[in-house]
Design a protein around this ligand. Structure first.
Ligand SMILES: [Zn+2]
Length: 605
């Protein structure tokens, strides 16, 4: 990809490489009709208010109505947003997406009375209805999930007041977003070619990957200098966010904010503590990797701006899209015919939007509704890395596809806790296939480094984030004032412990907490670390056991959110309540590291 290359307009991209949105609606007019249909359904919804828990029939009617309205809304939303993402400069797409967003807020407000009304009914009553009315049976697990929260739901009067405060408890995160995206101005630096570039969030990561150390260092120092100027405001907003989590836990009778965050998703807090303990027990391996990184890069001192620099050149193979398709199809062959047939559908029925065009959303994702194909957005540029992105997004898409083919609407999506399992597992299969079929030492070294970096950034780094989150919440729970100074001290100590003595503790890094949006998400990031561990463990089972492990894995893909995430994974062969999967990922890291050490034994000492 040369920078001079002109980015094509969308209508210049051949149709076969654009997703087929006519499978959702033949045209925008049909979309309009569905918007109108949803609006009129809201009248029927309102008529149910005050009657949800009157009888089994009323309860069933309310739950079915909620499914129908939200299923249709989801479809409307997916069409509008795929349309918008295809070309964000197109005012028609913009308008569609905005209207879908407004309608979504309206629908969610209109449906808000249903759960509280169910919770007001005596539990024995609901259990009796479930026993006596077979039509309600499908909702049993969903109702279980709701009833489990009963101890944490307050009186109707208190709930009504809390609901009015919910806008305000979101404010710290909103302030963070506006401050760091709209108001924050970054300095300029000179890039590799001596051109002046203005730093931005997007450019920062790209510049940090530059082989030119001067560029990396200037980007690092420049980027953090911007945060330095607003650090106290960011400290105050994060402190406020943490206090809302602590307050929520107290008001809802949880023993800690960690418990309040994990319990609604049915994740025991041991999973969180397990992760932190197991990663901590293996930190010497990360230190060893960083030492090797310093040696391979030939540096006296390894700084934080050296951590993302390419350790080995990307295996220099251009992979055109057709070849990328062939590679992933071959790599997924171990998963069997049914999986292969679904992959063929993805390619054959235009679920994938392949190439970049003017105005197209950047990055990659998979996103569809219960009633649509699981569409994928790529910005494919013929690099090996793009083939891994393709494999990754196909993993998400297959999880959605098999779930929606099997589960009723109410369980037709999967939880965040398991969301990265299928995508990561596909990347591991692609790595296997390339290692088995290509006899190229450069490629082999590249693939090993990529896996090490994945584990470093996903398992080690996100666990460090998780530990920071836990610590600042504990301090708040103990009544300590949360200050910018305290955040930086806690963060600096964590960074030092995780990275060991082979990385120079640049003063800027103590402020990294200030730029991480996820700290506003309420104990979210640990799921990246557990997700990667679960995927690696399932992959190992598939490789070692074959057919029975694959059958269990496919059952997992079909299960959506029909049972607790921990149970679904356990049935697939991974017990996230035990340290074993995390430890296995750590051992895998160790094995890869040993191989890289051998390969580079001749490198500069
Ligand atoms: Zn993903």
């Amino acid at each position: 990809m040369t920078e001079m290359q002109k980015i094509p307009r969308r209508d210049e991209i051949p149709e076969q490489y654009r997703w087929d949105l006519t499978t959702i609606y033949p045209d925008d007019a049909a979309w309009e009709q569905d918007i109108a249909a949803i609006e009129s359904m809201l009248g029927d919804v309102a008529a149910l208010q005050g009657r949800v828990a009157r009888s089994a029939d009323d309860l069933l009617a309310a739950l079915r109505m909620r499914d129908q309205v939200s299923m249709r809304l989801w479809q409307v939303y997916v069409y509008a947003n795929r349309r918008f993402d295809s070309d964000t400069t197109d005012p028609v797409g913009q308008a569609l997406a905005e209207r879908a967003g407004t309608l979504a807020a309206k629908v969610s407000a209109a449906l808000a009375f249903i759960d509280p009304e169910i919770l007001v009914a005596p539990e024995e009553q609901i259990r009796a209805w479930l026993r006596d009315h077979p039509d309600l049976a499908v909702y049993e697990y969903a109702l279980d999930q709701l009833l489990r929260q009963r101890d944490h739901v307050r009186s109707a009067e208190v709930e009504a007041i809390l609901a009015q405060f919910s806008d305000i408890t979101r404010a710290p995160g909103e302030i963070f977003e506006v401050l760091t995206n709209a108001d924050l101005s970054f300095p300029t630096i000179e890039d590799e070619h001596g051109q002046t570039v203005q730093l931005s969030h997007g450019r920062y990561m790209r510049l940090l990957r530059s082989p030119d150390r001067r560029v990396r260092r200037d980007a690092f120092i420049g980027y953090y200098s911007a945060f330095q100027g607003i650090r106290n405001t960011l400290g105050a907003s994060l402190a406020a966010q943490v206090r809302t989590h602590v307050l929520n836990a107290r008001v809802r009778n949880y023993t800690s904010s960690l418990e309040a965050a994990l319990t609604p998703n049915d994740i025991p807090v041991e999973v969180y503590h397990n992760l932190i303990a197991t990663v901590n027990a293996n930190l010497s391996r990360l230190h060893r990797y960083l030492r090797l990184r310093r040696r391979i890069m030939g540096l006296d001192e390894l700084h934080f701006y050296d951590l993302y620099a390419p350790l080995v050149p990307e295996a220099d193979v251009a992979v055109p899209y057709a070849e990328g398709e062939r590679l992933v199809r071959a790599a997924f062959e171990p998963l069997g015919e049914e999986y292969g047939a679904a992959i063929a559908e993805a390619f054959g029925n235009r679920w994938i939007d392949v190439y970049e065009n003017v105005g197209k959303r950047s990055g990659a994702y998979s996103d569809g509704a219960y009633t649509t194909a699981p569409f994928m957005l790529l910005n494919y540029q013929d690099r090996l890395n793009d083939v891994f992105t393709l494999a990754h997004e196909l993993g998400h898409a297959m999880h959605s596809y098999f779930t929606r083919k099997t589960q009723p609407y109410v369980y037709g999506d999967y939880t965040i806790f398991v969301a990265e399992v299928a995508s990561t597992l596909n990347e591991a299969l692609l790595t296997d296939y390339l290692l088995q079929t290509r006899d190229d030492p450069t490629l082999r070294r590249y693939l090993i480094v990529e896996q090490l970096e994945d584990i470093r950034t996903t398992l080690f780094r996100q666990t460090m984030f998780a530990e920071f989150e836990l610590e600042i919440h504990r301090r708040a729970e103990a009544g300590e004032p949360l200050t910018t100074e305290l955040f930086s001290t806690i963060y600096r100590n964590l960074v030092a412990r995780y990275h060991g003595s082979d990385v120079m503790l640049d003063e800027q890094i103590a402020l990294e907490w200030a730029r991480i949006p996820h700290f506003y998400y309420n104990f979210y990031v640990y799921q990246y670390a557990t997700g990667l561990s679960a995927a690696l463990a399932l992959h190992a089972r598939i490789v070692n056991e074959g057919r029975p492990a694959i059958e269990r894995y496919l059952r997992f893909l079909r299960s959506g959110s029909s049972r607790p995430s921990i149970e679904l994974l356990r049935d697939a062969g991974v017990d996230m309540l035990s340290p074993a999967p995390i430890q296995a990922a750590m051992d895998h890291f160790d094995a890869l590291l040993g191989e890289l050490e051998q390969m580079t034994a001749g490198a500069q000492q």
